[in-house]
Write a new protein. Structure first.
Length: 526
């Protein structure tokens, strides 16, 4: 959705177009601008310039001031990547630059361009990945001004201005050291913005170097106190996971309403073998809900591209195509997917929920796909319309569906009904089938003196098997012998002792009696 707090200045538009169409940017810089703005990044210089100019004109026509600033920041960042132009301040400064006496940080994204060969969905370009009108992917660059330290991009906050100078934490291998930074509202008008808008926060940043792009990193042994109050924050991040540390929000403990009150920020550290650099910035934060909304209205993985890729794999002669099970639960929260998304570099169909994923990254940013462990940065997240359609057409309590090689999907209940209907049809065709009670006890009671026929074998034709046979013999039909069913899952070790059948006299053909016989089945005459 376009946001227009104020009309875009015609002077800014003219200056930006002149900068793009001039000779300041090389092909590499123009290609980088196209990449971060979701444009095709290949071609000659004139084509790259034309794409950027068209994007600027579309943004101006929509009066999308936020989007225009993002494009301008991406162009400014591209200029900074050219060393020969690093000293040209007019094209590098931003409207929100702080006082010249305070070095302001730079906030730029990690240089992770889209890999055009990483995913089959990316190779389709317009047909595979679609975007709604006026909702191109968010730009991932922001440069406050020419500063002495640059931090990797994060979608959760955007550095606006610095409220302290860059302080150096000297090496302390055996001792403790403390750094005190005074902050007074009257000296920094930008702090009043934190009182008017809760999205503006005061954050403490720290890094282990000043050259290149830096992750937020505090000394291993460190603590932070503001106005003599200890700040409970995780200053270490995830173990052995560089880049998983977040800046510390100290807005709640600052006394900003008192303009002349001197807030004291005390940073204590120890046992460090290298220098660290500390700075305090005012940042504009973005909530998870807002980020999810932006994902839902930008790049999309179309249903047709997913089905086409499934058909392509099914037609591969070297691959045996089989159906696969798609879980409708998020692998992170184990709840039903709400906004199914995955990275453009992922080749699997399984998705994760955008809200759950962003909440996890907000706590400890790693930006790795929880399914395939490939990089999944924010700017490459896209909604899968194929999975979204499945969610819209299934019950809320359904957990999985079956994906056929041709792309058709089937829920488990429908699949079971089809199997059962096929089985019922097969049984209905056999109208001579009779089911009889089976009692398998012969295998435990047979003796060498007794000839025990196999259970289910029909009695000889000269006897009335139905009248003389004991319980346990299947009654035969006039049409055909009955089919005996033996339960092979039973085990003699697990059975309870069965009651021994009573002895009975067995009369042979010559009317002789054998009282010692134990047969419970009819014997053949000797």
């Amino acid at each position: 959705m376009a946001t227009s707090f104020s009309p875009i200045s015609r002077q800014d538009v003219t200056a930006l177009l002149r900068q793009v169409q001039g000779n300041q940017l090389l092909n590499r810089q123009l290609s980088s601008v196209c990449q971060v703005n979701g444009l095709k990044s290949t071609g000659v210089k004139a084509e790259l310039q034309r794409r950027i100019v068209d994007l600027i004109q579309e943004t101006v026509a929509a009066n999308d001031l936020t989007r225009f600033q993002q494009i301008r920041h991406s162009i400014t960042n591209a200029v900074l990547q050219r060393p020969s132009l690093a000293s040209k301040a007019p094209v590098q400064r931003n409207a929100m630059t702080t006082a010249a006496t305070l070095p302001s940080p730079q906030f730029v994204p990690p240089r992770t361009p889209y890999n055009q060969n990483a995913s089959p969905y990316q190779q389709r370009g317009i047909h595979g990945i679609t975007s709604v009108a006026n909702s191109r992917p968010l730009d991932t660059s922001f440069v406050s001004s020419i500063g002495t330290i640059m931090f990797h991009y994060s979608p959760f906050y955007q550095i606006e201005t610095a409220v302290s100078s860059l302080r150096t934490c000297e090496t302390m291998a055996q001792h403790r050291n403390s750094i005190n930074i005074p902050i007074k509202s009257s000296d920094h008008p930008s702090l009043q913005q934190c009182l008017r808008d809760e999205s503006y926060r005061v954050m403490v940043f720290c890094a282990g170097d000043v050259s290149g792009f830096q992750n937020v990193a505090f000394p291993h042994q460190s603590e932070l106190r503001v106005n003599n109050q200890e700040i409970k924050a995780n200053l270490r991040g995830l173990k052995n996971k560089p880049g998983s540390t977040r800046p510390v929000d100290i807005t709640a403990v600052l006394r900003l309403k008192q303009l002349h009150y001197i807030n004291n920020v005390e940073f204590t550290y120890a046992l460090t073998n290298k220098k660290f650099y500390l700075i305090i910035n005012v940042c504009r934060t973005t909530t998870v809900k807002e980020l999810v909304s932006s994902i839902s209205t930008r790049l999309k993985i179309s249903k047709d591209s997913v089905v086409a890729e499934l058909n392509k794999k099914a037609q591969d002669p070297d691959v045996v195509a089989t159906s696969q099970v798609l879980s409708l639960k998020c692998p992170l929260s184990y709840m039903r997917l709400d906004v199914p998304c995955r990275s453009l570099s992922c080749t699997h169909i399984q998705c994760f929920d955008a809200t759950s994923y962003l909440q996890l990254q907000e706590q400890g940013p790693q930006w790795l796909c929880p399914i395939c462990n490939k990089p999944a940065p924010f700017e490459q997240l896209a909604v899968d319309e194929y999975v979204r359609e499945i969610l819209a057409n299934t019950r809320r309590d359904l957990e999985t569906v079956t994906i056929e090689p041709n792309g058709h999907w089937l829920d488990k209940s429908s699949r079971d009904e089809n199997i059962n209907s096929t089985s019922d049809t097969a049984f209905e065709d056999d109208d001579d089938l009779e089911i009889s009670e089976i009692n398998i006890i012969g295998r435990r009671l047979e003796t060498p003196k007794t000839v025990t026929p196999i259970i289910g074998t029909p009695a000889s034709g000269g006897r009335d098997s139905s009248a003389g046979a004991p319980r346990g013999i299947a009654t035969t039909s006039a049409k055909r012998p009955a089919v005996a069913v033996v339960d092979l899952t039973l085990s003699s070790d697990d059975e309870e002792p069965l009651e021994r059948p009573r002895k009975r006299q067995n009369t042979s053909a010559n009317d002789l009696q054998y009282p010692n016989s134990m047969g419970f089945l009819s014997e053949s005459p000797i």
